[in-house]
Design a protein. Sequence first.
Length: 186
Amino acid sequence: MSKRSRLLLRIAAALAGALLVLVVAAVFTLQSGWFANYVRNKIISTTEESTGGRVEIGSFQLEWSSMTVRIRDFVLHGTEPAGSAPLARAALLELKLKLFSAWSKAVDLQYLGIEQPQVSVVTLPDGKTNIPEPKVKQQTSSNTSGLETVVNLAVGEFKVSNGLLRYSGQANSFGGRGENLRVLLD
């Protein structure tokens, strides 16, 4: 074997070794409590900035092998008075993510499941509702607001079950399921 061939073989082995170390590190990172807490905090901060509301999460579970996120007792508070029902509440939010599915996005939402959502829109004495305004109003470098980034989603499959919408003293139940949902903010 020539000197050049041995050098190329060593470089290839070093690159393969470095790639293996990166893969192992990525797997350990995805399984860590640190990563789950990072994702949880990112969900809370993004939702709060985009909606202008305050978010509470009862429990958070990240199943890294299937890239499934389960959030139990999700609550979004709007501008409703203390003691009133929150703007939105869901017993369970389940999201199945797909990493690096397209060149333009790092994450795709394959599945969105919402169990027992309750939406309570309250009309306040000044005529406004409890629906908050986004905290981030200026345009980002991508020319979309934070709310547009959250709402401008494509969902492969979705299911909403046992929902309840309260508005002006009336309650209406809702639910649904479908595929290839595309939500655009206008």
